[in-house]
Unconditional design. Structure first.
Length: 291
């Protein structure tokens, strides 16, 4: 028998989840909490969602219980080379631009942040795109020396899978070109494992975007894709302004399809390339300290 959540219990849990993670749940999302948290509630032998709320409220944000709540409530919907256009822009516009600056002695490398990396498909897609570009410009050794990707997520379970780098065939069918599979993966039993060529470029770290992250930058490119749609307007505004402050002067931010900075920050100017819409940091926040 499914344990039903009362309206007051829903409001308490909804507000706590938003406060700690930024995830905004509308009033119509009661079913979502019931579906995703009921196994956890049963495992804790709670008699109601109210009992469960009290346990979660008194648990530390870094503790096992809250980690389980986050893992249950985060969507982790992702795919390889998702929407393709951002990766075309990387290969055709941004990597060539940065390579020119490296050759001219204006920069040493390229720092990239995948800020909601889920199970790893996005940062590994970025790594493979970089390697693919460097195959015709500088070589693999230069790519490993110049490109650094930091991949972060709020879900420790998703990060564990990303660091493991092991994917079932059905996952790889979601957008991964066969040439990338053959070039950058190794077959292990019935699964495929990301090879060292791509894996060594990526570093993983557990980050809650609610918390300060100014010490992480500066980044030349930030992928913040398909995540701010889950946040309320106030947090979107705060987050995008903080993102702008960790982007290096002239750096870029990619959002998901349908996501925008418009109405939330003046820190970026829109750019386009081959179907990709992305944003370049403007001078509006120049000199503002990260936080």
């Amino acid at each position: 028998m499914t344990l039903r959540i009362a309206e007051q219990e829903f409001r308490l849990l909804r507000d706590l989840i938003e406060k700690r993670s930024g995830i905004l749940l509308g009033n119509e999302k009661q079913y979502l909490i019931e579906n995703r948290l009921s196994p956890l509630i049963r495992s804790l032998k709670c008699h109601s969602y109210g009992d469960f709320y009290l346990k979660v409220k008194d648990s530390p944000p870094t503790g096992e219980l809250w980690t389980s709540v986050v893992d249950a409530m985060t969507t982790n919907e992702t795919s390889w080379l998702r929407d393709r256009h951002p990766f075309v822009a990387l290969r055709e516009r941004l990597f060539p631009l940065f390579q020119e600056e490296i050759r001219a002695g204006k920069r040493q490398g390229v720092n990239i942040w995948s800020a909601a990396c889920s199970t790893g498909e996005e940062p590994y897609s970025i790594a493979m795109t970089a390697l693919d570009y460097y195959r015709t410009c500088g070589g693999e050794k230069a790519c490993h020396e110049q490109v650094r990707i930091l991949a972060t997520d709020i879900s420790k379970a998703a990060l564990s899978r990303a660091m493991d780098g092991k994917y079932e065939p059905q996952s790889l069918r979601r957008g991964l070109p066969e040439e990338y599979l053959n070039r950058y993966f190794e077959r292990k039993d019935t699964a495929w494992v990301i090879g060292e060529k791509a894996k060594r470029i990526v570093t993983f770290k557990h980050i809650n975007l609610q918390e300060p992250f100014g010490c992480l930058g500066p980044f030349d490119i930030v992928f913040l894709r398909n995540v701010i749609i889950y946040f309320g307007d106030k947090f979107k505004q705060d987050l995008l302004n903080r993102i702008a402050r960790v982007v290096a002067p002239g750096g870029y931010v990619f959002l998901g399809t349908g996501e925008t900075v418009r109405g939330y920050t003046m820190g970026f100017d829109m750019r386009e390339h081959s179907g990709a819409v992305f944003y370049q940091v403007s001078s509006y926040l120049a000199g503002v300290e990260p936080q």
